[in-house]
Design a binder for this molecule. Sequence first.
Ligand SMILES: CSC[C@H]1O[C@H](OP(=O)(O)O)[C@H](O)[C@@H]1O
Length: 348
Amino acid sequence: MDSIIWENNRLRLLDQTKLPETIEYIECDDYRVVAEAIKRLSVRGAPAIGAAAAYGLVVGAQKIDSADRKVFLERLEAIAGELGATRPTAVNLRWALERMMIRLNTADEQSVEELYKIMLEEAHAIFNEDVQSNRRMGEFGQELLPDGSRVLTHCNAGALATAGYGTALGVIRAAKEKGKEVSVFADETRPLLQGARLTSWEMVQEGIPVTLITDGMAGYLMSKKKIDCVIVGADRITANGDVANKIGTYGVAVLANCHDIPFYVAAPLSTIDMRLSSGNDIPIEERDPKEVTHHGGQAMAPEGVQVWNPAFDVTPNSLVKAIITEMGVVYPPYAENLAKICNPKKEA
Ligand SMILES: CSC[C@H]1O[C@H](OP(=O)(O)O)[C@H](O)[C@@H]1O
């Protein structure tokens, strides 16, 4: 099931808020529809929102009524700003939009028609490179999974969170493709239940054994020696290897380390932010309190209760055994080893 479809010069986004019950695509005939889809998590997952925003910029370009290069680029900068402001934590959003605008601003082509073609090519490249990265990441990551591995995941870092194949779930898929028996334990992941609704759905669709647990069960499961490793995705990894990911990830990392269970992070280079030296600097999105107090429109807490609803938390690098990327598995010291893969020329 594709989260993002570009066909007939139009963008369609799978509305993930309706999964698993309903498969419905949003027709994005305006970049504002894309912005709203990112905000409301109709499209979600760091790489997926980056790719969606890149195509959203192309959709925005379709409605710019000017043949003047300068005006065209100025309007696109404004649209990129609106798309980039939709969610603050996943660095892929900034990365994708910056890549699109740099490609345009450095293009020799002058006509708006030629610039539009370049934009679409770049958006396709971002999309296709993400799928290829996830497959390479899967190849490297599956080497960490012996046959019979029982893997705990948190949130959804699958095909739905990317342009395809997935990051953490891509490692699971790659292990299965190698003929390994791998089973998944999926944290439901309150409050929006990406694990229950999306990870479980992806695994059931592909016949990969998956057991759904509530977030509070992870520690007990580990104490029963039912988990061999944890693999999660990421929304932003800083230069020192600190990891921002869905709220609850930090707790899982602490529990894994307490039980001497390897805690792995799978993420493409587009999720690594070398501009930030540590996780303390990562902007953490806070979302609508109703996501915590209500479910399916039904109140689960009294009117007037105080709510804190950060969408992400930060796992310190000391709890991360390795970071699985499309360039290989990266081990500590992360500051040194992430720099080697992110700035290879500088390191040479
Ligand atoms: C492969 S990135 C997936 C990453 O994004 C999710 O956040 P959200 O559902 O709010 O977009 C979560 O942190 C996943 O690990």
